[in-house]
Design a protein around this ligand. Structure first.
Ligand code: PLP
Length: 394
């Protein structure tokens, strides 16, 4: 039919979340929006901070010649410098504007990184469960995604990571706070991992990059903080975006930050910039870059998500579902009462509750619940969860 065989196969495999999304639309049309408990999508519903909207309006009003033109591929220097200042604060290091390459979201940033560092057959190692798109991003650039299990609390298992490294490992990809578990990796584990990867780089005779995917860095609960990846190894790149912390995922604004002391930094930056161009992104959206340059720390209040988390924990406790309390992001990843997570999702769907099976994230026997819906929706789902658990026991 003309469509590449590989794309047809991928389309089949990747259809769970999309099917869930379409099913959600159908159910909402049938039963009414308030009668469907849709926890399937990590699409932030909290409005962007007022400051974002103010700056957006100011920036949009500033018409001058050339304001919509092409720009240097890595972005406006004022924006790169503003992002460098932010990353410097977060990572406890001094980055320059030239260490930052603006991108189309964290997804674009990861694709550009993989384009720059992967040769065909190179491996990207990721702790499971993981954000399912990673497999596609690695494959886009000839890479192969390899997974390694986390421990029962979804923490890094450093022995398992060491055992999973091969001469083909090029990237270890870490996401903290994590989608789908909400786990934040402690500094001690990152530092140990950094030392381990530096030893393995010497052993294999090529660099293994630590790539930190951090779009949830500023959504944390219970006073948790996100440890700085760049303190763990000079071979670190940060991929991030404003999608989640500003509730603007449709605006596609993100960035790559390169460790200031990275070996061969200039060559890597040139490869990243060329990657951005030839993948067809060319540059990150100009209007959003001008907004981001002036944000000055504006972000959505994590408190809204914290309240929803508290409500969801009550709902899950009452239904007798076990979970590891997330430290950040906006997801819960409870165990299913039966091993077949897809079956449990079907039982939930009978109750008009939409969840994604853990197997879509590389760990069956769980479900992912996104709390990008109002607290009242979470509370209203309580009886449905209880009934689905009871039905699973029959
Ligand atoms: N990484 C993780 C772990 C995500 O959950 C997402 C989006 O859900 C992304 C990257 C992509 O984010 P962006 O919208 O900034 O491209």
């Amino acid at each position: 039919m003309g469509i590449a065989r590989k794309m047809r196969e991928m389309n089949e495999k990747s259809s769970t979340i999309r099917k869930m999304f379409e099913e959600g639309l159908r159910m909402k049309a049938q039963f009414g929006v308030d009668n469907v408990y849709d926890f399937s999508l990590g699409n932030p519903d909290v409005p962007p901070p007022a400051r974002f909207s103010q700056i957006l309006q100011q920036v949009a009003a500033e018409e001058r010649p050339g304001v919509h033109s092409y720009m240097p591929n890595p972005g406006f220097m004022a924006t790169r410098e503003a992002v460098a200042a932010r990353v410097s604060r977060e990572q406890g290091l001094k980055l320059a504007g030239t260490d930052v390459v603006m991108n189309c979201g964290a997804a674009g940033a990861l694709n550009v990184i993989f384009k720059a560092v992967l040769d065909p057959g190179d491996e990207v190692l990721v702790p499971a469960p993981y954000f399912v798109e990673y497999g596609f991003y690695a494959d886009n650039h000839g890479g192969v995604l390899k997974t390694v299990a986390c421990d029962a609390q979804f923490n890094l298992d450093l022995n398992a990571i060491e055992a999973a490294l091969t001469p083909k490992t090029k990237v270890v990809l870490l996401n903290s706070p994590n989608n789908p578990t909400g786990q934040i990796y402690p500094a001690a584990a990152l530092n140990e991992l950094g030392a381990l990867l530096d030893r393995a780089s010497r052993k294999f005779g090529h660099r293994i990059f630590m790539v930190a995917d951090e779009p949830y860095r500023n959504i944390v609960f219970d006073n948790n903080t996100v440890a700085p990846f760049m303190q763990a190894s000079t071979n670190t790149l940060v991929a991030s975006s404003f999608s989640k912390e500003l509730s603007v995922p449709g605006e596609r604004i993100g960035y790559i930050a390169v460790h200031p002391d990275m070996e061969d930094k200039e060559a890597l930056l040139s490869a990243l910039i060329l990657g951005l161009r030839i993948l067809g992104f060319v540059n990150a959206p100009a209007l959003m870059q001008r907004v981001v340059a002036r944000l000055d720390g504006a972000a959505v209040e994590s408190g809204v998500y914290a309240q929803r988390l508290a409500a969801f924990c009550e709902v899950l406790d009452a239904a007798g579902l076990e979970y590891v309390r997330p430290k950040g992001a906006f997801y819960l990843f409870p165990k299913t009462p039966i091993a077949d997570d897809a079956r449990f999702c079907a039982l939930l769907q009978d109750e008009r509750i939409l969840a994604v099976p853990g197997r879509s994230f590389g760990l069956a026997g769980h479900i992912r619940l996104a709390f990008c819906v109002e607290e009242k929706v979470i509370r209203a789902s309580a009886e449905g969860f209880k009934r689905a658990v009871a039905a699973a026991g029959k």
